[in-house]
Design a protein around this ligand. Structure first.
Ligand code: NI
Length: 175
């Protein structure tokens, strides 16, 4: 069970719309185990498959960041059923290190997901867990939390991301 390297912005895999999981077997189980390990190692409260270079609709969430093993949520082909309220809180992303911003999202969420055997089950979440689930679901559609920002917060994010892009080594002719 290795800790996987986490892809960083502007890696194009972070902008992919991921494909649904169709095979519920040992490969999926291994991927999820490695993702949980990688999330806890970071440490983070969530991780989506494209962040480890896998373009599948898989994510893991642990609002306790490794404190409570029972708190780990495995999301396979998740869909939002409904949301309620609104909440604004600080958010960051393992793929955009050293940048956090206040993000407004629905305060609670109900999701239908599948377990590792392909059986559907429902999750009802609020507070940090609801935020993390929505953040990870966005990743599966190539959406980053900075895309959710407006106004001055968006301006700050844009200049931070511009700096990250300028640090990227040139693709052609670079060394
Ligand atoms: Ni993220």
């Amino acid at each position: 069970m290795p800790v996987l390297p986490i892809r960083q912005y502007p890696d194009p895999v972070l902008r992919t719309r991921c494909a649904p999981v169709e095979e519920f077997g040992s490969d999926l189980k291994r991927l999820v185990e490695d993702m949980i390990l990688t999330m806890h190692d970071a440490p983070g409260v969530g991780l989506a498959a494209p962040q480890v270079g896998v373009e599948l609709r898989v994510a893991v969430v642990d609002a306790t960041a490794g404190v409570d093993p029972e708190a780990v949520r495995v999301l396979v082909n998740p869909e939002i059923l409904d949301v309620a309220g609104a909440a604004t809180d600080k958010e960051g992303c393992l793929s955009i290190p050293d940048f956090t911003e206040q993000v407004t999202r629905p305060a609670s969420v109900r999701v239908v997901s599948h377990d590792l055997e392909g059986e559907p089950y429902e999750i009802a979440a609020d507070e940090l867990e609801a935020r993390a689930i929505q953040h990870e679901l966005d990743h599966l559609d190539g959406v980053l939390f900075v895309d959710r920002l407006r106004g001055l917060r968006r301006q700050r994010a844009r200049s931070f991301l511009r700096r990250l892009r300028s640090l990227e080594p040139a693709v052609a002719g670079g060394n």
